[in-house]
Ligand binder design. Structure first.
Ligand SMILES: *Cc1c(COP(=O)(O)O)cnc(C)c1O
Length: 426
């Protein structure tokens, strides 16, 4: 890693061809790798030496994209997963097990909420959710002796609350547990949570990082800064011998990369939530232009948010880049150059008017996606968050009339004209 600007890193980090090698990242579409001796393969299996032997664990295409994202976030290592959901799952299971407890901000993606509230509970991991703006005392009160991690979203999908990363990190660290932050919406272009004390960052790369809505994926990035040995009793998986690898101790053998190495060698081995090399390549192509796209997403979204805020048919607008927004001050602190392209708002007439408005859009498509280059729109209460009751919706910051509008990188005047004509028909 070096001190290039982040724009340069988007393009130059990751695949670094040697003399006569392909200039563009090659797609190594092979499940497996050939070795000349059984001993070498044995050493690979025992983690005595590094190298690719089976794509479930590592692959040259995937490795290059992991290095690129680690460089963008400023981490010591990264692991790509088959989807964002797998990144959330693995990042937690790496350090929390049956009988343990985790703390999470309540303003998170609906899929993550389900994972924590349903599946992890069934696995014996208990969760406490904290509402946006929780005080230090409320955060403190959530901790138990068996609390293993704190989780939050930099900029929550779809409620657009900005997490007070420094507050969460300070209190998590006082209890000797790490802070995991889902940084999907701002991307490392607009926020690098490690700079504010987060220990692990995850992403759904299916969103802005890929940016073209072509490949599902996720990533886990390790800052390398959390001191697992200082809290050795809490994290035996990292600090005591792993019998499935002849007794290696992750913190001893891999130092600052202990956490991310265990994600790969233990959980990827056992769960197999691996991305395809083809998808890793598509992700890399997307990241090449991430800095350009984010700039346009943000400037377009600010124009659309300003337009909506002034429109009498719109009952409310939430966009952290808009002065006066509930998250404006926190956004200024954590994302001074822009937030993301997603806006949420309500139209007068509530849920029914929201559906009529969406049906009348022509340029913006109704899609279960967000954060890609084509403008799209979604009604979370009837789709991504439909499993939640009204109380849970309120806790997640999703009102029944909330329209999630993902501003693309088309010309802003065309996007605004489309909204205008759809509002005119209400
Ligand atoms: C979409 C999303 C996820 C889940 O990612 P998938 O790639 O769809 O599995 C997790 N977190 C956030 C913030 C998301 O927007």
């Amino acid at each position: 890693m070096n001190d290039w600007h982040i724009e340069t890193k988007c393009i130059q980090e990751g695949w670094k061809p040697g003399n006569g090698e392909p200039r563009v990242l090659p797609i190594v579409q092979s499940t497996t790798f050939k070795y000349d001796s059984a001993e070498t393969l044995g050493d690979l299996f025992d983690l005595k030496i590094g190298g690719d032997f089976y794509t479930r664990l590592s692959n040259p295409t995937t490795n290059a994209v992991e290095a690129k994202i680690a460089a963008l976030e400023g981490g010591v290592g990264a692991l790509l997963t088959s989807a964002g959901q797998a990144a959330s799952l693995v990042s937690v299971l790496n350090i929390a097990h049956a009988g343990d407890h985790i703390i999470s901000a309540s303003a998170i993606y609906g899929g993550t909420f389900n994972l924590f509230h349903k599946t992890m509970k069934e696995m014996g991991i208990d969760v406490t959710f904290l509402e946006p703006g929780a005080s230090d005392a409320e955060l403190e009160a959530a901790f138990r002796p068996n609390t293993k991690l704190v989780f939050g979203e930099t900029l929550s999908n779809p409620s657009l609350n900005v997490l007070d990363i420094e507050q969460y990190a300070r209190i998590a660290h006082a209890h000797q547990v790490p802070l995991i932050v889902d940084n999907t919406f701002p991307t490392p272009i607009n926020c690098r949570p490690f700079e504010f004390g987060a220990d692990i960052v995850i992403h759904s790369t299916s969103k802005y990082l890929d940016g073209h809505a072509t490949a599902l994926g996720g990533v886990i990035v390790d800052s390398g800064r959390f001191d697992w040995e200082a809290a050795a009793d809490k994290y035996p998986g990292l600090t005591t011998p792993d019998e499935t690898y002849h007794g290696i101790i992750y913190t001893k053998q891999f130092g600052t990369a202990a956490y991310i190495t265990k994600c790969r060698t233990h959980l990827m081995r056992d769960l197999g939530v691996t991305p395809s090399p083809q998808n890793a390549f598509l992700l890399s192509q997307g990241i090449d232009t991430l800095h350009l796209r984010m700039e346009r997403h943000c400037s377009n979204a600010l124009k659309v948010a300003q337009y909506l805020a002034e429109n009498p048919l719109v009952s409310w607008v939430s966009y952290p880049g808009l002065p006066g927004d509930k998250s404006y001050e926190l956004a200024k602190k954590y994302m001074p150059h822009g937030t993301c392209g997603v806006i949420s708002f309500g139209v007068k007439g509530g849920r029914d008017a929201a559906c009529r408005f969406m049906n009348n859009l022509k340029l913006a498509s109704i899609a279960i996606h967000v954060a890609d280059l084509r403008t799209c729109v979604l009604h979370p209460a009837s789709t991504t968050h439909r499993q939640m009751n009204d109380a849970q919706l309120a806790e997640a910051g999703v009102t029944p009339d909330l329209i999630r509008f993902s501003v693309g990188i088309e010309h802003p005047d065309d996007i605004i004209a489309d909204i205008q004509q759809a509002l005119d028909t209400l």
